[in-house]
Design a protein around this ligand. Structure first.
Ligand SMILES: [Zn+2]
Length: 253
């Protein structure tokens, strides 16, 4: 039997999290999807000192690793509530996707990472995805994951709902939707006009995943751990509206 070792911190103690055995690394506090994104970023080998990275909801383990590779003035861990990340090596910048993203310039970011972020936004997800794509430089990468139910269709409600109703329908009081395993990839393909899904078994063996304490998928469709990876075409930058300026872009100037 494989003894799991955390690919982020080399820790060997894993604990149960929300009923999932061996989900939580006791030393770097990573979850399955955090370890998976790190394995994937390493496999892609796309991070370097000059990469401009927007990392939303920056998970500690991955954030600390990225900060070791990418120059400080290029790495932007971003969150609406940066004070919840005091354990991170780099404290996130305060950033509200719904209001701030529209001010950042076109073709200015190499890599966007947003794991389990889109369910928190009370705006059109299509619009957010198009904005992310607009921000990317040609050949830039967007890597996403979202919570998914066993339903093929996305269930969303942007109206005012009681906390309990939100928990019942979307799993958490601060969620506005739960994504469908069929509708989410279809939406990405519609907005981005490309094939976007990355299936983990194309990149990693079962042994690779077990060793990193990442469960092997058996359901045959995307799940909350599936990574979606979009690479912006070298020719597509004109498809998205042009903007200049931007608070974060000014920090790099
Ligand atoms: Zn760890």
């Amino acid at each position: 039997m494989t003894v799991p070792i955390c690919p982020i911190c080399s820790g060997m103690e894993f604990r149960e999290f929300r009923g999932r055995k061996n989900a939580w690394c006791a030393s770097c506090h990573s979850l399955e999807r955090t370890r998976y994104i790190w394995l994937y970023l390493k496999k892609l080998n796309i991070l370097n000192r000059g990469s401009v990275v927007f990392h939303f909801g920056p998970e500690k383990g991955v954030s600390d690793k990225i900060a070791e590779i990418v120059d400080a003035h290029n790495y932007y861990p971003l969150d609406l509530f940066p004070q919840t990340y005091t354990a991170n090596k780099v404290l996130p910048y305060t950033f509200d996707i719904c209001n701030d993203i529209a001010h950042e310039p076109d073709s200015s970011v190499d890599i966007i990472i947003a794991n389990h972020i889109l369910e928190h936004l009370p705006v059109s997800v299509d619009w957010v995805i198009a904005e992310f794509a607009r921000l990317l430089k040609p050949a830039g990468s967007m890597i996403l994951s979202v919570p998914m139910a066993s339903n093929p269709a996305t269930v969303e409600d942007l109206s005012e709902l009681p906390k309990e109703e939100r928990i019942r329908r979307f799993g958490q009081e601060d969620h506005w939707r739960v994504f469908g395993w069929q509708e989410f990839p279809a939406m990405l393909e519609r907005v981005l006009a490309t094939e976007t899904i990355v299936r983990r078994d194309e990149h990693f063996t079962h042994e690779d995943l077990s060793r990193a304490a990442i469960p092997v998928e058996t359901v045959g469709h995307p799940t909350s751990n599936t990574l979606f990876h979009f690479v912006k075409s070298e020719r597509s930058s004109k498809r998205f509206e042009w903007r200049t300026g931007g608070r974060l872009a000014k920090l790099r100037a």
